[in-house]
Design a protein around this ligand. Structure first.
Ligand SMILES: [Zn+2]
Length: 123
């Protein structure tokens, strides 16, 4: 089996869906593949951090434009309602988690690209 796709690793880290046969196959691969295992471990840490994050964990609350930008980037919905509480709402938590997951996915893709580039013979 080829390495587990980055998007599938994110899904495995999120553990939001009922496991499928594809998940079982991916997990068997991950058991034998250090690269995929390391990527899944890193993504799982990001997900755990995001799920326990609160606005009080941030040095300052993000400005309203950040939430509008996140909302605009993640959906075609109207701009997000103004954040009125000092704690993340469940919807805000999901958005933050989705954003961090996309960031983690980007990190995995970049790390894989660097590994690929380093593995090329020097000319
Ligand atoms: Zn692998």
């Amino acid at each position: 089996m080829a390495h587990v796709e980055s998007a599938h690793l994110v899904e495995l880290a999120l553990r939001n869906a009922t496991p499928t046969d594809a998940d079982a196959e991916a997990l068997r691969h991950i058991d034998d593949c250090a690269r995929c295992r390391d990527d899944l471990r890193a993504l799982t840490r990001v997900v755990a951090a995001a799920r326990t994050a609160h606005l009080v964990d941030l040095p300052t609350a993000p400005p309203e434009r950040v939430w509008r930008r996140i909302n605009r980037d993640l959906s075609d919905e109207k701009p997000a309602p103004r954040l009125q509480t000092s704690a993340l709402t469940p919807r805000g938590t999901r958005r933050l988690l989705a954003t961090l997951s996309f960031a983690a996915l980007a990190v995995v893709v970049i790390a894989r690209w660097f590994r690929h580039e380093r593995s090329k013979p020097v000319q």
